[in-house]
Ligand binder design. Structure first.
Ligand SMILES: Nc1ncnc2c1ncn2[C@@H]1O[C@H](COP(=O)(O)OP(=O)(O)OP(=O)(O)O)[C@@H](O)[C@H]1O
Length: 287
């Protein structure tokens, strides 16, 4: 599979009726991303031995690494995943993030959610940062039921509020009795749907969705869109990362196109998606 194969050009109007509602009046700025850089530091791309010899060599390598200081060791590789991204988001906006595989979309989203510290630059959020990034607190060895409680508390709900929303969350995610099994036994679709159901349960200030909508059926997508609309109506901001341009176009009024960690275009969904489609088609023709 090439890096562009995953992009889904199919428009599925009956799944996602209504459009993004670009006419909606926007509120005041609630998020400022200022010259954001995220650089991952990865240890040891170099092969240092095989099989039984690995352990001892590995230990020696690590000792040497610690003695020398990580900065001087050649095999620490730096990956600049986000390079100088700046933008402002307003209340009531739904913003899609597009880009080919490895372009930095998820890293940007996670940094905006406060899950990755900036290497340089800053993210300023007005509102409840704890409302962002329920993914970080969920635990695979605990049941869906326990994770609903943990995620709900992380979103700022009380225990009683989580209990009151429990049935709705389970029903929304469509995971049924699997809610009593450990989350690590779930398919990626099931856990993505449960994460989405939990993170949107509290009508957060900023709702961040990374591909979750791609994992459900038409009914789930329709329900998700209704929930996203509720968040926006209550002047929340929605960020959506997806390879499905159909999903992005039907939900987002504005789109950020990220390429090699840089923001190459930021504008109305229609314009950015059209430019991005052109880029992907040209890339496909070349390969
Ligand atoms: N935890 C990590 N450690 C090291 N490098 C990482 C890590 N996560 C991502 N990267 C690298 O950062 C770059 C951006 O990755 P990211 O996952 O943000 O891109 P993406 O656009 O979301 O990709 P995809 O569409 O495939 O999900 C890639 O080169 C990737 O290999």
């Amino acid at each position: 599979m090439t890096e562009t194969d995953e992009i889904d050009f199919e428009i599925d109007p009956e799944d996602l009726e209504g459009g993004p509602g670009t006419e909606r009046e926007l509120g005041e700025p609630c998020l400022l991303v200022d010259d954001l850089h995220i650089t991952y530091r990865v240890l040891g791309a170099k092969r240092i031995g095989t099989a039984a010899a690995d352990d001892a060599k590995g230990r020696r390598f690590l000792r040497r690494l610690l003695a020398q200081g990580r900065d001087q060791v050649g095999s620490v590789r730096e990956i600049p995943a986000v390079r100088g991204v700046s933008f402002t988001a307003r209340r009531g906006e739904s913003i899609g993030i597009v880009g080919i595989n490895g372009s930095g979309k998820s890293t940007l989203l996670r940094a905006v959610a406060g899950l990755i510290p900036p290497t340089k630059g800053a993210v300023y959020v007005a509102g409840e940062p704890s409302l962002l990034g329920v993914n970080a607190v969920l635990m695979g060895k605990l049941s869906g039921e326990r994770n609903i409680m943990i995620g709900g508390l992380a979103l700022g709900l009380t225990q009683a509020e989580v209990r009151a929303k429990f049935d709705d969350i389970v029903e929304f995610s469509g995971i049924g009795d699997a809610v009593y099994l450990p989350m690590r036994t779930y398919s990626s679709g099931m856990s993505a749907r449960l994460r989405f159901a939990i993170s949107s349960a509290a009508t957060p200030d900023i709702l961040m969705i990374d591909e979750a909508l791609a994992t459900g059926d038409a009914t789930f997508r329709q329900k998700s869109k209704a929930r996203i609309d509720t968040v926006r109506e209550q002047a929340g901001t929605v960020f959506l990362v997806s390879h499905s341009l159909a999903t992005i176009e039907s939900i987002c009024s504005r789109v950020l196109w990220v390429h090699e960690g840089r923001l190459v275009m930021d504008g109305p969904a229609e314009d950015v998606c059209a430019a991005y489609k052109g880029f992907v088609r040209a890339k496909r023709r070349k390969s």
